[in-house]
Design a protein around this ligand. Sequence first.
Ligand code: ZN
Length: 310
Amino acid sequence: MKSLHKVLTAAGLLLALPAHALTIEFDYTYDTRGFFTDLTTGTPMTERRALLEQAASFYSGFTDSLTAITPQAGDSWSVQITHPSLGGPLITLSNIDIAADTLRIYVGGSNSAPGVLGFANTGFNLTASGSDTFIDAVTTRGQENTTGSTATDYGVWGGMIWFNAANDWYFGSDTSGLTAGHPDFLTTATHELGHILGYGEADSWLAQIDNGYFTGAASVAAYGSAVPLDQYGSHWANDTMSTYQGVAQETLMDPSTTPGTRELPTLLDYAAFKDIGWQVNVTTVPEPDTYALLLTGLALIGLSARRRTA
Ligand SMILES: [Zn+2]
């Protein structure tokens, strides 16, 4: 039975083609406060930029068929984003080209009140005019049923992420130098990318919330029941647990991360993206007969892992 199921699943994946791996492009045009660029020399800060690429790699197993946004004569579009280095004023982006299966994300950082790590958005006041195909590319990237209370899919042009430079960040690709009190930049970058990919934001996310619980089928399978959310419905409830590579870990998309710890996308986080409408590599989502076992182990580990010192 099990092997037959796997064969059928693989066949189903093949039928879903053509779908292409997701590319996330980072744009440093508005990195004007020196978070990713040495302002005195103009040199890119390659270690930090490499961490953004590492964060994006956690989503490279997503496949979809996102239409390119390429304005032709008679087409135009615009969107306003929060300035990624100032955190406040809006910038208007007009008629930018975005390749197929690609999201463009404008990044930067500046000092703000301590405690906040960063934030992301996909912009405001999106406008599009021209051919129907072009408008569809801008607003849904060619995805079906992306808006309203029964939405099942998601398509977006990209977005912005601002990082709070006031934090004493840990900028390492592995955790060997990660010590107490230092927020892990890779964790925050990966978390913020998750919001741009629709977590907590997409209509297809909102459509699956019932009384403070997320009811998407893959998430329920991964968690064992409807998943409790935070008070805003934009994260899992604080301290929600799942597994990363078979080891119990607090979810990436709960609202906070203890400084000095790293959180990467767990099975439950990936399940949410599947529920939002991304075609998530099937090996990252638990099958029904394995999640019960994982949850059993998780409960035991969870008991001995109470932490969060501040
Ligand atoms: Zn968040």
